[in-house]
Design a protein around this ligand. Structure first.
Ligand code: NGF
Length: 291
């Protein structure tokens, strides 16, 4: 289980101008993450992959490409969660057959599912696949919050090995760390890596690691080694970059920055809008200044 810790890029996907998967570009993104960003793992099918805007077949294609390109070089985690539980099961089986080290699933969203329903959702995916599961907890996008006790109840299923914690509630994060020292906790907000590492999380999963992976890993390693001042300096620079990315358009800007790093990162899928000419310039300036 602990073998699954480390820094994972929430994998970006290159889409062409018509919104189709650009396979070669996506393979370039994967190689860039492995060889240039030196991440420990790839989180495939997450928010950053624009996963909730694409079809089941496209999701499978991306799962396949990431496995084909990354196999044996990095850890691979497949986000298979969906409000369509049958789809989640289908993707979970597919990813498990491909050899993914673990699955992850976003808490079911849009409808107001109660906790029993959420628990049943996770147990159903696990029962159908037999694979490990990491809860994808991102209340800002799903509107789904979970309490410490509810995490405890979910963790009663021994296949649920951890949580990707994309949330700013560090009281809850600390309580989880203390109560579940053997579960994996991944920091999900890249701008808070330092604070999360100080609380001794087991790694991080994030979008900005596609372009800022090296620095993120340094923050994580320095903070865990007690070198807080050095880690803080790097987090300041990182957050100057993240602030600029968020102000300019999150995924579009990361893709544009990747292009400056020599990667054919393509475009975002509609309804996400294109960057304007000014936006493209702003992305290039961020890359020049901070990377
Ligand atoms: O992209 C979002 C949306 N959050 C990501 C991450 O939590 C989601 C985070 O890296 C993720 O890992 C995934 O793709 O599934 C932010 O982009 C980053 O911290 C900048 O705010 O909130």
């Amino acid at each position: 289980k602990t073998k699954l810790g480390g820094i994972y890029s929430a994998l970006m996907v290159a889409y062409d101008e018509d919104g189709n998967i650009n396979e070669n570009g996506t393979r370039e993104i994967i190689r860039h993450n492995i060889h240039k960003m030196e991440v420990d793992g790839l989180y495939v099918g997450g928010s950053t992959g624009e996963n909730f805007m694409i079809s089941t077949e496209e999701k499978k294609r991306i799962l396949y490409i990431a496995m084909d390109e990354g196999r044996g070089q990095v850890k691979l985690m497949a986000q298979v969660g969906s409000v369509n539980l049958k789809e989640a099961v289908e993707l979970g089986k597919y990813a498990t057959d491909l050899g993914y080290d673990a699955l992850s699933a976003v808490t079911p969203f849009y409808y107001k599912f109660d906790f029993e329903e959420i628990k049943n959702y996770y147990n159903t995916i696990i029962e159908a696949t037999g694979n490990y599961m990491v809860i994808y907890f991102i209340p800002s996008l799903t509107g789904v919050n979970l309490s410490l006790d509810q995490f405890g109840e979910l963790f009663e299923n021994e296949k649920i090995i951890g949580v990707k914690f994309s949330h700013g509630d560090f009281f809850l994060l600390e309580r989880l760390r203390k109560a579940y020292p053997d579960h994996l906790i991944y920091a999900g907000l890249d701008e808070m890596m330092l604070s999360a590492a100080v609380l001794h999380v087991d790694g991080g999963i994030g979008s900005t690691y596609n372009v800022n992976g090296i620095r993120a890993k340094q923050i994580y390693t320095l903070a865990k080694g007690g070198k807080i001042k050095e880690a803080r300096e790097l987090q300041h620079t990182t957050n100057d970059l993240i602030e600029g990315i968020l102000a300019n358009g999150l995924y579009q800007t990361i893709k544009e920055i990747m292009k400056t790093q020599g990667v054919d990162a393509g475009y975002c899928r509609q309804p996400t809008k294109r960057l304007s000419e000014e936006g493209i310039i702003a992305a290039k300036e961020l890359a020049e200044k901070y990377l």
